[in-house]
Design a binder for this molecule. Structure first.
Ligand SMILES: Nc1nc2c(ncn2[C@@H]2O[C@H](COP(=O)(O)OP(=O)(O)O)[C@@H](O)[C@H]2O)c(=O)[nH]1
Ligand SMILES: Nc1ccn([C@@H]2O[C@H](COP(=O)(O)OP(=O)(O)O)[C@@H](O)[C@H]2O)c(=O)n1
Length: 226
């Protein structure tokens, strides 16, 4: 049987994980699994995990490991036939270890973006919650201001992108990410990309994945979930 491709993409809030994941999903035909979207779906449908998660997100904190793994791992079990890219999970060493016991990763992409760039981007980030589509009023604005390109529905700014929650999120990210980065470095699968622009990072990621993915059988591929 041919091998499926499994990757994670890590980086602080605003580092471009969602933007780059969409490009990867589109170019390489992987499933893009966004942990942030899973959390938001659970919040909207008011599941127990969603109600609990919301109390942390509103404070700019990470959702506890046991809640995140309970949300995420069952979704991965539904994906055993597919190649996928997991965006935003793991965020902590405990999550990385839980993931490690359920599957073998091929690549861990780590986005290293300066703090000032992150702050600036998130100030301008607007999303369309039902689809998870992400816009930026400067970098990729919607065709009509304030409205989603596909549905014409209103865009919103997420509570946790507001400046009060943002600084706490960014600080917390740094503390918890270091052991995860070290974990993947020790496994020899860590690839770090540093720049202020997604468009400069993207060609390097594209080249890396082109060397890793061709071996995958075409019927194991599938379109992005979005
Ligand atoms: N100015 C600028 N904005 C970007 C760039 N890359 C992504 N963005 C925007 O920055 C925000 C954060 O990107 P996103 O992909 O949501 O990051 P994530 O939080 O890591 O998933 C979004 O509004 C993106 O449209 C870039 O190179 N330049
Ligand atoms: N592994 C994860 C993933 C998301 N989350 C929470 O869900 C929020 C939204 O996730 P996201 O990946 O869309 O957003 P960013 O924080 O990258 O902008 C995060 O800010 C965290 O509060 C978490 O706590 N742990």
């Amino acid at each position: 049987m041919s091998k499926l491709f499994r990757a994670v993409i890590m980086g602080p809030p605003g580092s471009g994980k969602g933007t780059i994941s969409e490009r990867i999903a589109h170019n390489f035909g992987l499933k893009h699994l966004s942990s942030g979207d899973f959390v938001r779906e659970n919040i909207s449908s008011k599941t127990d995990a969603g109600v609990l998660a919301k109390t942390y997100i509103n404070k700019g904190l990470l959702v506890p490991d046991h809640v995140m793994t309970r949300l995420l791992l069952p979704r991965l079990e539904e994906m055993t036939k597919y190649s996928w890219l997991l965006d935003g999970f793991p965020r902590t060493l405990a999550q990385a270890e839980a993931l490690n016991s359920s599957c073998d990763l091929d690549v861990a992409i780590n986005l290293n973006i300066p703090l000032e760039t992150l702050k600036e981007r998130l100030r301008h980030r607007w999303i369309h919650p039902p689809s998870g589509r992400v816009y930026n009023m400067c970098f990729n604005p919607p065709r009509i201001q304030g409205l989603d390109d596909i549905t014409g529905e209103a865009l919103i700014q997420q509570e946790d992108d507001r400046p009060e929650a943002l600084v706490a999120r960014l600080r917390h990210y740094k503390d918890v990410a270091k052991p995860v980065i070290d974990f993947y470095k020790a496994k020899g699968i860590l690839y770090t990309f540093s720049d202020t622009e997604t468009d400069r990072i993207w060609p390097n990621i594209n080249t890396l994945l082109s060397t890793k993915i061709p071996a995958i059988q075409s019927d194991a591929r599938c379109a992005s979930t979005r």
